[in-house]
Write a protein that binds this ligand. Structure first.
Ligand SMILES: Cc1cc2nc3c(=O)[nH]c(=O)nc-3n(C[C@H](O)[C@H](O)[C@H](O)COP(=O)(O)OP(=O)(O)OC[C@H]3O[C@@H](n4cnc5c(N)ncnc54)[C@H](O)[C@@H]3O)c2cc1C
Length: 303
Protein backbone atom coordinates (compact mmCIF):
# COMPACT_ATOMS: atom_id res chain seq x y z
CA UNK A 1 0.00 0.00 0.00
CA UNK A 2 2.85 2.36 0.85
CA UNK A 3 4.48 1.52 -2.50
CA UNK A 4 1.22 2.31 -4.29
CA UNK A 5 0.83 5.61 -2.45
CA UNK A 6 4.41 6.62 -3.27
CA UNK A 7 3.92 5.57 -6.90
CA UNK A 8 0.98 7.95 -7.10
CA UNK A 9 2.90 10.91 -5.73
CA UNK A 10 6.02 10.32 -7.87
CA UNK A 11 4.83 12.53 -10.75
CA UNK A 12 4.29 15.37 -8.27
CA UNK A 13 7.71 15.21 -6.64
CA UNK A 14 10.40 17.64 -7.80
CA UNK A 15 12.21 16.17 -10.82
CA UNK A 16 15.55 16.77 -9.11
CA UNK A 17 14.54 14.49 -6.26
CA UNK A 18 13.17 11.74 -8.51
CA UNK A 19 16.36 11.94 -10.55
CA UNK A 20 18.44 10.86 -7.53
CA UNK A 21 16.89 7.40 -7.43
CA UNK A 22 15.90 7.23 -11.12
CA UNK A 23 19.51 7.56 -12.27
CA UNK A 24 20.30 3.88 -12.06
CA UNK A 25 17.63 2.95 -14.62
CA UNK A 26 18.98 4.91 -17.59
CA UNK A 27 22.49 5.27 -18.89
CA UNK A 28 22.51 9.07 -19.17
CA UNK A 29 21.02 11.89 -21.19
CA UNK A 30 23.40 11.64 -24.16
CA UNK A 31 24.33 9.05 -26.75
CA UNK A 32 27.92 9.16 -25.49
CA UNK A 33 26.63 7.90 -22.10
CA UNK A 34 24.75 5.05 -23.74
CA UNK A 35 27.75 4.06 -25.86
CA UNK A 36 30.05 4.11 -22.82
CA UNK A 37 27.67 1.90 -20.79
CA UNK A 38 27.11 -0.40 -23.77
CA UNK A 39 30.84 -0.95 -24.15
CA UNK A 40 31.09 -1.87 -20.46
CA UNK A 41 28.24 -4.35 -20.87
CA UNK A 42 29.87 -5.82 -23.98
CA UNK A 43 33.07 -6.29 -21.97
CA UNK A 44 31.02 -8.14 -19.37
CA UNK A 45 29.82 -10.51 -22.12
CA UNK A 46 26.34 -8.98 -22.61
CA UNK A 47 24.96 -7.54 -25.81
CA UNK A 48 22.72 -4.45 -25.65
CA UNK A 49 19.61 -2.99 -27.20
CA UNK A 50 19.65 0.80 -27.27
CA UNK A 51 16.53 2.85 -26.68
CA UNK A 52 16.05 6.61 -26.97
CA UNK A 53 13.69 7.64 -24.19
CA UNK A 54 10.47 9.28 -25.30
CA UNK A 55 6.98 8.15 -26.31
CA UNK A 56 3.49 9.27 -27.37
CA UNK A 57 4.48 12.26 -29.50
CA UNK A 58 1.75 14.84 -30.06
CA UNK A 59 3.02 16.10 -33.45
CA UNK A 60 4.56 14.28 -36.39
CA UNK A 61 7.38 16.86 -36.40
CA UNK A 62 8.57 15.37 -33.10
CA UNK A 63 8.52 11.89 -34.66
CA UNK A 64 10.67 13.20 -37.51
CA UNK A 65 13.22 14.52 -35.00
CA UNK A 66 13.35 11.15 -33.22
CA UNK A 67 13.87 9.42 -36.57
CA UNK A 68 16.85 11.65 -37.30
CA UNK A 69 18.24 10.89 -33.83
CA UNK A 70 17.88 7.13 -34.33
CA UNK A 71 19.61 7.30 -37.73
CA UNK A 72 22.52 9.04 -36.02
CA UNK A 73 22.49 6.49 -33.17
CA UNK A 74 22.75 3.63 -35.68
CA UNK A 75 25.75 5.24 -37.41
CA UNK A 76 27.64 6.02 -34.20
CA UNK A 77 26.80 2.68 -32.59
CA UNK A 78 28.09 0.83 -35.66
CA UNK A 79 31.25 2.97 -35.84
CA UNK A 80 31.92 2.17 -32.16
CA UNK A 81 31.72 -1.58 -32.96
CA UNK A 82 29.25 -2.30 -30.20
CA UNK A 83 27.46 -5.66 -30.11
CA UNK A 84 23.73 -5.17 -29.97
CA UNK A 85 20.71 -3.68 -31.69
CA UNK A 86 17.98 -1.06 -31.24
CA UNK A 87 14.56 -0.89 -29.58
CA UNK A 88 11.94 1.63 -30.72
CA UNK A 89 8.56 2.62 -29.33
CA UNK A 90 5.99 3.12 -32.13
CA UNK A 91 4.21 5.92 -30.25
CA UNK A 92 7.45 7.87 -30.54
CA UNK A 93 7.07 7.66 -34.31
CA UNK A 94 3.43 8.68 -34.31
CA UNK A 95 1.55 5.38 -34.54
CA UNK A 96 -1.44 6.93 -32.80
CA UNK A 97 -1.40 10.00 -35.08
CA UNK A 98 -0.60 8.74 -38.56
CA UNK A 99 0.02 5.01 -39.10
CA UNK A 100 1.39 5.42 -42.62
CA UNK A 101 3.91 8.09 -41.62
CA UNK A 102 4.90 5.96 -38.62
CA UNK A 103 5.51 3.02 -40.96
CA UNK A 104 7.65 5.21 -43.24
CA UNK A 105 9.72 6.37 -40.24
CA UNK A 106 10.32 2.78 -39.16
CA UNK A 107 11.07 1.75 -42.71
CA UNK A 108 13.89 4.25 -42.97
CA UNK A 109 15.34 3.20 -39.63
CA UNK A 110 15.15 -0.54 -40.36
CA UNK A 111 16.77 0.12 -43.73
CA UNK A 112 19.64 1.97 -42.03
CA UNK A 113 20.05 -0.84 -39.49
CA UNK A 114 19.98 -3.48 -42.25
CA UNK A 115 22.79 -1.64 -44.03
CA UNK A 116 24.90 -2.40 -40.95
CA UNK A 117 23.63 -5.99 -40.74
CA UNK A 118 21.62 -5.01 -37.71
CA UNK A 119 18.12 -5.36 -36.28
CA UNK A 120 15.24 -3.28 -34.89
CA UNK A 121 12.93 -4.41 -32.08
CA UNK A 122 9.45 -2.87 -31.99
CA UNK A 123 8.55 -2.36 -28.31
CA UNK A 124 4.94 -3.14 -27.36
CA UNK A 125 2.92 -0.38 -25.72
CA UNK A 126 -0.56 -0.19 -24.19
CA UNK A 127 -3.54 -2.06 -25.65
CA UNK A 128 -4.67 0.89 -27.78
CA UNK A 129 -1.58 0.16 -29.90
CA UNK A 130 -1.49 -3.66 -29.97
CA UNK A 131 -3.18 -4.28 -33.35
CA UNK A 132 -1.29 -1.47 -35.05
CA UNK A 133 2.04 -2.59 -33.63
CA UNK A 134 1.48 -6.19 -34.78
CA UNK A 135 0.56 -4.91 -38.25
CA UNK A 136 3.63 -2.68 -38.31
CA UNK A 137 5.80 -5.70 -37.48
CA UNK A 138 4.21 -7.91 -40.13
CA UNK A 139 4.59 -5.26 -42.81
CA UNK A 140 8.23 -4.58 -41.97
CA UNK A 141 9.05 -8.30 -41.62
CA UNK A 142 7.83 -8.87 -45.16
CA UNK A 143 10.09 -6.20 -46.58
CA UNK A 144 13.08 -6.75 -44.24
CA UNK A 145 13.17 -10.45 -43.27
CA UNK A 146 15.44 -11.11 -40.31
CA UNK A 147 15.85 -7.42 -39.53
CA UNK A 148 12.87 -6.74 -37.31
CA UNK A 149 11.20 -8.20 -34.22
CA UNK A 150 8.26 -7.45 -31.93
CA UNK A 151 7.54 -7.53 -28.19
CA UNK A 152 4.63 -9.58 -26.83
CA UNK A 153 3.11 -9.26 -23.36
CA UNK A 154 2.20 -12.38 -21.37
CA UNK A 155 -0.47 -10.49 -19.38
CA UNK A 156 -2.68 -9.96 -22.45
CA UNK A 157 -5.42 -12.58 -22.93
CA UNK A 158 -4.89 -12.41 -26.68
CA UNK A 159 -1.15 -13.15 -26.83
CA UNK A 160 -1.13 -16.89 -27.52
CA UNK A 161 -3.77 -16.44 -30.25
CA UNK A 162 -1.70 -13.62 -31.75
CA UNK A 163 1.37 -15.85 -31.86
CA UNK A 164 -0.60 -18.68 -33.48
CA UNK A 165 -2.02 -16.31 -36.11
CA UNK A 166 1.44 -14.95 -36.90
CA UNK A 167 2.71 -18.51 -37.51
CA UNK A 168 1.31 -18.00 -41.05
CA UNK A 169 4.35 -15.88 -41.85
CA UNK A 170 6.87 -17.98 -39.92
CA UNK A 171 9.39 -19.75 -42.15
CA UNK A 172 12.79 -21.26 -41.53
CA UNK A 173 14.38 -18.56 -43.67
CA UNK A 174 12.47 -15.78 -41.91
CA UNK A 175 11.41 -16.94 -38.45
CA UNK A 176 9.17 -14.92 -36.16
CA UNK A 177 11.25 -13.01 -33.64
CA UNK A 178 9.68 -11.94 -30.35
CA UNK A 179 10.71 -10.53 -27.01
CA UNK A 180 8.39 -11.99 -24.40
CA UNK A 181 7.78 -9.92 -21.25
CA UNK A 182 5.06 -9.76 -18.59
CA UNK A 183 3.77 -6.33 -19.73
CA UNK A 184 4.02 -3.01 -17.95
CA UNK A 185 0.89 -0.98 -18.78
CA UNK A 186 -2.26 -0.81 -16.67
CA UNK A 187 -4.87 -2.81 -18.59
CA UNK A 188 -8.46 -3.72 -17.78
CA UNK A 189 -9.15 -7.18 -16.35
CA UNK A 190 -11.44 -7.87 -19.34
CA UNK A 191 -8.34 -8.05 -21.58
CA UNK A 192 -5.40 -8.75 -19.27
CA UNK A 193 -4.50 -11.29 -16.60
CA UNK A 194 -4.06 -9.65 -13.22
CA UNK A 195 -2.86 -12.37 -10.85
CA UNK A 196 0.90 -12.55 -10.28
CA UNK A 197 1.11 -16.33 -10.72
CA UNK A 198 -1.46 -16.22 -13.53
CA UNK A 199 0.78 -13.89 -15.57
CA UNK A 200 3.77 -16.14 -14.89
CA UNK A 201 1.81 -19.22 -16.04
CA UNK A 202 0.86 -17.51 -19.29
CA UNK A 203 4.42 -16.31 -19.79
CA UNK A 204 5.58 -19.94 -19.62
CA UNK A 205 2.76 -21.16 -21.86
CA UNK A 206 3.66 -18.55 -24.51
CA UNK A 207 7.35 -19.28 -24.15
CA UNK A 208 6.92 -23.03 -24.54
CA UNK A 209 4.83 -22.50 -27.68
CA UNK A 210 7.53 -20.25 -29.14
CA UNK A 211 10.38 -22.60 -28.29
CA UNK A 212 8.57 -25.64 -29.70
CA UNK A 213 7.79 -23.84 -32.94
CA UNK A 214 11.25 -22.49 -33.73
CA UNK A 215 10.35 -18.87 -33.01
CA UNK A 216 13.33 -16.81 -31.83
CA UNK A 217 12.59 -15.48 -28.36
CA UNK A 218 14.13 -12.88 -26.08
CA UNK A 219 13.12 -14.03 -22.57
CA UNK A 220 12.74 -10.64 -20.87
CA UNK A 221 12.32 -10.91 -17.13
CA UNK A 222 14.03 -10.36 -13.77
CA UNK A 223 11.74 -12.85 -12.07
CA UNK A 224 13.98 -15.63 -10.68
CA UNK A 225 11.08 -18.11 -10.87
CA UNK A 226 10.57 -17.42 -14.58
CA UNK A 227 14.28 -17.56 -15.31
CA UNK A 228 14.52 -20.96 -13.63
CA UNK A 229 11.37 -22.34 -15.32
CA UNK A 230 12.54 -20.99 -18.71
CA UNK A 231 15.84 -22.79 -18.30
CA UNK A 232 13.94 -25.99 -17.46
CA UNK A 233 11.87 -25.67 -20.65
CA UNK A 234 14.99 -25.01 -22.72
CA UNK A 235 16.63 -28.09 -21.22
CA UNK A 236 13.51 -30.26 -21.52
CA UNK A 237 12.98 -29.47 -25.21
CA UNK A 238 16.71 -29.37 -26.02
CA UNK A 239 16.44 -25.91 -27.59
CA UNK A 240 19.64 -24.79 -29.26
CA UNK A 241 21.28 -21.62 -27.95
CA UNK A 242 20.84 -19.71 -31.20
CA UNK A 243 17.03 -19.81 -30.76
CA UNK A 244 16.72 -17.63 -27.66
CA UNK A 245 18.43 -15.17 -25.37
CA UNK A 246 17.70 -13.70 -21.96
CA UNK A 247 17.02 -9.98 -21.71
CA UNK A 248 17.06 -7.60 -18.75
CA UNK A 249 16.75 -3.87 -18.16
CA UNK A 250 19.73 -1.62 -17.46
CA UNK A 251 20.10 -1.05 -13.72
CA UNK A 252 17.92 -3.95 -12.58
CA UNK A 253 19.61 -6.79 -10.70
CA UNK A 254 23.11 -6.89 -12.23
CA UNK A 255 23.88 -9.93 -10.06
CA UNK A 256 21.17 -11.92 -11.82
CA UNK A 257 22.38 -10.92 -15.29
CA UNK A 258 25.94 -12.02 -14.41
CA UNK A 259 24.68 -15.30 -13.05
CA UNK A 260 22.63 -16.06 -16.20
CA UNK A 261 25.47 -15.03 -18.53
CA UNK A 262 27.89 -17.03 -16.35
CA UNK A 263 25.88 -20.18 -17.15
CA UNK A 264 26.69 -19.65 -20.82
CA UNK A 265 23.36 -18.13 -21.92
CA UNK A 266 23.22 -15.07 -24.20
CA UNK A 267 22.16 -11.98 -22.27
CA UNK A 268 20.98 -8.73 -23.79
CA UNK A 269 20.55 -5.54 -21.75
CA UNK A 270 18.02 -2.87 -22.66
CA UNK A 271 19.96 0.41 -22.39
CA UNK A 272 17.79 3.54 -22.41
CA UNK A 273 19.17 7.05 -22.68
CA UNK A 274 17.90 10.54 -23.36
CA UNK A 275 16.37 13.63 -21.91
CA UNK A 276 12.87 12.13 -21.51
CA UNK A 277 13.89 9.91 -18.61
CA UNK A 278 11.09 10.77 -16.19
CA UNK A 279 8.23 8.51 -17.36
CA UNK A 280 10.45 5.52 -18.03
CA UNK A 281 12.27 5.77 -14.71
CA UNK A 282 9.12 6.20 -12.65
CA UNK A 283 7.70 3.04 -14.30
CA UNK A 284 10.83 1.21 -13.15
CA UNK A 285 10.61 2.70 -9.66
CA UNK A 286 7.04 1.49 -9.33
CA UNK A 287 8.25 -2.06 -10.09
CA UNK A 288 11.06 -1.92 -7.58
CA UNK A 289 9.99 -3.73 -4.41
CA UNK A 290 12.51 -1.64 -2.44
CA UNK A 291 11.19 1.67 -3.74
CA UNK A 292 10.05 2.94 -0.36
CA UNK A 293 13.50 2.37 1.08
CA UNK A 294 15.15 4.13 -1.90
CA UNK A 295 12.92 7.14 -1.48
CA UNK A 296 13.38 7.35 2.25
CA UNK A 297 17.13 7.10 1.67
CA UNK A 298 17.01 9.81 -0.98
CA UNK A 299 15.00 12.17 1.17
CA UNK A 300 16.55 11.63 4.58
CA UNK A 301 19.97 10.12 4.19
CA UNK A 302 21.31 11.98 1.17
CA UNK A 303 19.62 15.14 2.34
C1 LIG B 1 14.46 -6.19 -21.88
C2 LIG B 1 13.06 -5.81 -21.48
C3 LIG B 1 12.26 -5.14 -22.37
C4 LIG B 1 10.93 -4.83 -22.05
N1 LIG B 1 10.11 -4.28 -23.00
C5 LIG B 1 8.80 -4.10 -22.70
C6 LIG B 1 7.86 -3.70 -23.69
O1 LIG B 1 8.19 -3.47 -24.87
N2 LIG B 1 6.55 -3.54 -23.33
C7 LIG B 1 6.12 -3.79 -22.04
O2 LIG B 1 4.91 -3.67 -21.77
N3 LIG B 1 7.00 -4.15 -21.08
C8 LIG B 1 8.32 -4.31 -21.37
N4 LIG B 1 9.18 -4.72 -20.40
C9 LIG B 1 8.75 -4.67 -18.97
C10 LIG B 1 8.09 -5.96 -18.52
O3 LIG B 1 6.84 -6.07 -19.14
C11 LIG B 1 7.90 -5.97 -17.00
O4 LIG B 1 7.09 -4.90 -16.63
C12 LIG B 1 9.20 -5.87 -16.22
O5 LIG B 1 10.22 -6.61 -16.82
C13 LIG B 1 9.00 -6.41 -14.81
O6 LIG B 1 8.60 -7.75 -14.84
P1 LIG B 1 9.53 -8.97 -14.36
O7 LIG B 1 9.30 -10.11 -15.29
O8 LIG B 1 10.91 -8.53 -14.24
O9 LIG B 1 8.88 -9.41 -12.99
P2 LIG B 1 8.62 -8.61 -11.63
O10 LIG B 1 7.73 -9.51 -10.86
O11 LIG B 1 8.20 -7.22 -11.86
O12 LIG B 1 10.04 -8.56 -10.97
C14 LIG B 1 10.70 -9.72 -10.50
C15 LIG B 1 11.79 -9.28 -9.54
O13 LIG B 1 12.77 -8.52 -10.24
C16 LIG B 1 13.22 -7.43 -9.47
N5 LIG B 1 12.82 -6.17 -10.11
C17 LIG B 1 11.92 -6.00 -11.11
N6 LIG B 1 11.86 -4.70 -11.48
C18 LIG B 1 12.72 -4.05 -10.68
C19 LIG B 1 13.12 -2.70 -10.60
N7 LIG B 1 12.61 -1.77 -11.39
N8 LIG B 1 14.06 -2.36 -9.70
C20 LIG B 1 14.61 -3.29 -8.89
N9 LIG B 1 14.27 -4.60 -8.93
C21 LIG B 1 13.35 -4.98 -9.82
C22 LIG B 1 12.58 -7.60 -8.11
O14 LIG B 1 13.41 -8.39 -7.31
C23 LIG B 1 11.30 -8.34 -8.44
O15 LIG B 1 10.81 -9.05 -7.35
C24 LIG B 1 10.46 -5.10 -20.73
C25 LIG B 1 11.28 -5.77 -19.82
C26 LIG B 1 12.56 -6.15 -20.17
C27 LIG B 1 13.39 -6.92 -19.19
Amino acid sequence: MINKAIANILPHLPKRLVRIFANKYFSGENLSDALRESKKLNEEGCSVTLDILGEYVSKMEEAEQYKIQYLDVIEQFSAANITGNFSLKPSMFGILLNKEACYENYREIVKAAAKHNNFIRIDMEDSSCTDDEINLYLRLKKEFPGRVGLVLQAYMHRTLDDIKKMMEVHTEASPLNFRLCKGIYVEDKSIAYKGYQEVRDHFLEDLEYMLLNGIYVGIATHDAYLVEKSMELIEKHKISKDKFEFQMLYGVNPGMRRSIAGKGYSMKIYVPFGKQWFNYSTRRLKENPNMVWHIVKAIFIRG
